[in-house]
Structures are given as structure tokens and as C-alpha cells.
Design a binder for this molecule. Structure first.
Ligand SMILES: [Zn+2]
Length: 117
């Protein structure tokens, strides 16, 4: 049996899998770093910003190194004031050194005042 692949979640081309098994530890780490840098370049930050249940994203502004997002929330049960907000958040992407995944850190900046113009 060539290319032991115990996890069915992992699906990579067989030629690459075979290639990887021939690498030493250091080269494998280089491959991981390379793949992570490729991913970081490919993933626009806002593609990871999605609406959660009960949320409504009003606007997304891309900035250098961070993204500003305004969104409204609805309570789980729902109340007379629903939806709440809109609230302004500053979102930064941070890459984990453990598994290379990019996670978003949301900082609550405050409520956006309605403009009646
Ligand atoms: Zn509510």
C-alpha cells in the first residue's frame, strides 16, 4: 500500500502525496510554510467575513491590515427592538502558527449612529 492516508478528510493529488512521503522533516516544514504563504496570498480577508444566523452585514470597508464591518444583530428569541445596531467592528486576520489557519479577531468599536440625511 502506497501513500498511507488514514484521514478521509485529506484529499490531495496522489502524485503530490507520494512526493511528500519522500521528503525529510525539514523539507516537509518548508512545504507547509510554502503552502501557508500561498493560502495567505489567495485569501482576501473579507471572504472570511460571513453573516452568522441572526446577523445582517450592512457594509464592509477594506483597509490596510484590517477591515471595518457594520452589522445588525437580532436576538435569539427576538424582541421589539430587533434588529439591534448597526454596530461597528474592526476585524483583523491572524494566522495561527499551529495549524496555519487564518482566524478573524473582531473588535467591537461601538454603535453606529443613524444618519437621517
Ligand atoms: Zn432584540
Amino acid at each position: 500500500m502506497v501513500g498511507v492516508n488514514s484521514s478521509s478528510d485529506i484529499s490531495i493529488p496522489e502524485s503530490i502525496a507520494n512526493e511528500l512521503t519522500t521528503l525529510d522533516d525539514e523539507s516537509l516544514r518548508d512545504v507547509i510554510n510554502y503552502a501557508q504563504s500561498l493560502l495567505a496570498e489567495r485569501l482576501p480577508q473579507t471572504s472570511q467575513i460571513t453573516e452568522e444566523p441572526g446577523e445582517e452585514i450592512i457594509s464592509i470597508w477594506e483597509h490596510d491590515g484590517y477591515t471595518l464591518v457594520t452589522k445588525k444583530h437580532s436576538c435569539v428569541a427576538g424582541c421589539d427592538d430587533c434588529p439591534h445596531g448597526p454596530y461597528l467592528y474592526r476585524v483583523r486576520a491572524e494566522q495561527s502558527f499551529v495549524n496555519g489557519e487564518r482566524t478573524l479577531h473582531w473588535s467591537f468599536l461601538g454603535r453606529v449612529e443613524k444618519s437621517d440625511c
